[in-house]
Design a protein around this ligand. Structure first.
Ligand code: OXD
Ligand code: MN
Length: 586
């Protein structure tokens, strides 16, 4: 328990409202007792401790398996401050709506209070939060995904500011599910969901939505980006941030294994983070990044010894699996894309008997997840805990686009890069509820996560670029998901993405050639190393081709998208769009 009067008052206010039987403070110790209670209640299932030490399985409610964007709100006094990409309700109306739902919601249950730190303890980048929840699953996940310790409690004692995160699983009633953010009050209220992105409030809710609002006010950036270091054969490590929409391979890229020809030369990859970056201008005027999280909450299906061997190693110990299949024969887990040998005697993610050899149903939900400590990653960067973060050479944007975007292109300058990020679009995935495979705008991969008007967010990016001046990172766009006329992915992806990163870093160092295309600088086919790949020169040409007709249609849809921001869209972006249109016509 803390000495911080503000925290104590807020916790006692929440206890008066939710009326739990008891209040338990969490400082990262004594978690075995909580695990034992969760095993007893069935909230957790113990996996084979010889094969998967410290690993457990959780099955969520069937209606609660992904982020609920239609139930996610940004509650600002002025509707225009939430902008056209967010659902909005006034703070007063939302508090009125939610207070009766929270009233007595923890009767007969325990209220857990979790002080947590986003970012390395003691880092000038880091921020504190306190999550109140009635779910042991949430407590155990928060203790992996954020820093929870006695040191954090001590930090909280003297803290002026903390984010108030109130969560209750309640009845898991989908019609009463709300994930509400109050940026002006530093507060989050989430009810009727236990899914990670809706309930682990340090993650999307705080580290992106509330933090992006704080970042705009305080002059830094909170982004949906992985952070990696690439070590060259001379032992120099250079860092890249990359923004991709949910379930588009960020965790795979963050832990990639260099292809053999690169590994032999001595290239190595270091993972700083797989999902979120907080970026500040450092004393040297460059952009520096930390990963505010302490673990990975990754998509399980498709993870295997080829796609992500490092993740597979990481999730062999101390991992919470959510919604994968349970192998009754040996007490392990299985998911689609793990191997060709699904168990015959198993339980699927819904809790039903399942035979992986004969069943038509999936054993694991497409958005089933692992929660694993960052330090489990075999290629965790030695800089992971560095309070000053790492300096960023390049920022990459990327979506899932079947045809339009080429494998890679480079923005002409930082402001043009802001334009490139703003026009990002991607096909939806299972990480959010709703239809999968629908192309929608997803500027900077932040559409579901920006806690304020995205027009103002673009202006903030442009402003940061001006402050960074000639120290600004170079900006690129990549697309690993181009398909041929038969619908097959052309680019091999995974570890081979390093080939594209090599060109990107060479461009940053002024060591690689490019051709100027209407959309930006592009490698010529010979500039990407395809040695050892079964990719023909023709296929590489196709990957790098820019179809004018498709881009002209793209310009038309960007115009419609931009119009939704009205006068909050910076004029500079309209100018860049006009410029693109003119270049396409030229
Ligand atoms: C995630 C997401 O869980 O983006 O990281 O949905
Ligand atoms: Mn994400």
């Amino acid at each position: 328990m803390t000495n911080n009067l503000k925290v104590k008052q807020w916790v006692s206010w929440a206890a008066d409202l939710c009326k739990p039987d008891e209040v338990v403070w969490i400082d990262g110790e004594g978690l075995d007792e909580l695990r034992a209670a969760a095993l007893k209640s069935g909230e957790l299932i113990m996996l084979n401790q010889d094969l998967l030490p410290g690993c457990y399985l959780h099955r969520s409610a069937i209606n609660d398996v992904a982020r609920a964007e239609d139930k996610t709100f940004i509650c600002t006094t002025d509707e225009a401050d939430a902008g056209p990409t967010n659902n909005w309700m006034s703070p007063a109306d939302m508090y009125d709506k939610l207070t009766p739902l929270f009233d007595g919601s923890m009767r007969g249950r325990t209220m857990y209070v979790i002080p947590f730190c986003m970012g390395p303890v003691g880092s000038p980048f880091s921020k504190l939060g306190v999550e109140i929840t009635d779910s042991i699953y949430v407590v155990l996940n928060m203790c992996i995904m954020t820093r929870v310790s006695k040191d954090v409690v001590k930090m909280l004692d003297g803290a002026e500011d903390f984010v108030k995160c109130l969560h209750c699983t309640a009845e898991l009633d989908i019609d009463k599910r709300f994930i509400s953010h109050f940026p002006e009050d530093n507060a989050i209220w989430s009810i009727n969901s236990g899914y990670g992105g809706n309930a682990l409030l340090g993650k999307k809710c705080f580290a992106l939505r509330i933090a992006s609002y704080q970042a705009k006010k305080e002059g830094w950036m909170a982004e949906h980006m992985l952070i990696i270091g690439i070590e060259n054969p001379q032992g120099q490590v250079r860092y890249i941030c990359a923004a991709f929409p949910s379930a588009c391979g960020k965790t795979n890229l963050a832990m990639l294994i260099p292809p053999e020809i690169y590994a032999k030369k001595g290239y190595k990859l270091w993972c700083v983070g797989d999902d979120i970056a907080w970026l500040r201008i450092g004393p040297d005027g460059r952009l520096w990044a930390i990963n505010p999280e302490n673990g990975y909450f990754g998509v399980v299906p498709g993870t295997n010894a080829q796609t992500n061997p490092n993740a597979l190693k990481a999730i062999g110990t101390n991992t919470i699996y959510t919604n994968v299949a349970y192998n009754e024969e040996d007490g392990t887990v299985w998911w689609e894309g793990l191997d060709d040998n699904p168990p015959e005697k198993a339980i699927d993610w819904k809790g039903n008997p399942w035979n992986g050899k004969t069943s038509q149903e999936k054993g694991a939900h497409p958005n089933s997840r692992f929660t694993v400590p960052a330090t489990n990653c075999p290629v965790i960067s030695p800089e992971f805990e560095n309070p000053g973060g790492v300096p960023i050479d390049a920022i990459i944007f990327g979506g899932r686009r079947a045809k339009t975007a080429p494998l890679v292109y480079q923005a002409r300058d930082f402001a043009h890069g802001v334009f490139v990020g703003s026009i990002m679009a991607s096909e939806t995935t299972a990480a959010q509820t709703g239809a999968v495979g629908v192309t929608r705008p997803d500027s900077m991969a932040m559409k579901p996560f920006c806690g304020y008007n995205m027009g103002d967010y673009f202006a903030h990016w442009l402003e940061m670029g001006k402050k960074l001046g000639d120290k600004a990172p170079e900006i690129f766009n990549v697309n690993w998901f181009r398909v041929d006329d038969d619908g097959n992915f052309i680019w091999p992806g995974f570890g081979d993405n390093l080939r594209v990163l090599e060109w990107i870093l060479a461009r940053c160092a002024g060591e690689a050639e490019a051709a100027l295309a209407p959309i930006g600088h592009m490698p010529r086919a010979g500039d990407i190393n395809i040695e050892g790949l079964s990719l023909s020169a023709g296929q590489l040409e196709e990957l790098l081709s820019v179809d004018k007709g498709l881009w002209q249609a793209e310009v038309a849809s960007i115009k419609e998208y931009y119009k939704t921001f009205g006068d909050r869209l910076p004029k500079e972006l309209w100018d860049k769009l006009a410029d693109l249109e003119a270049r396409l016509e030229a």
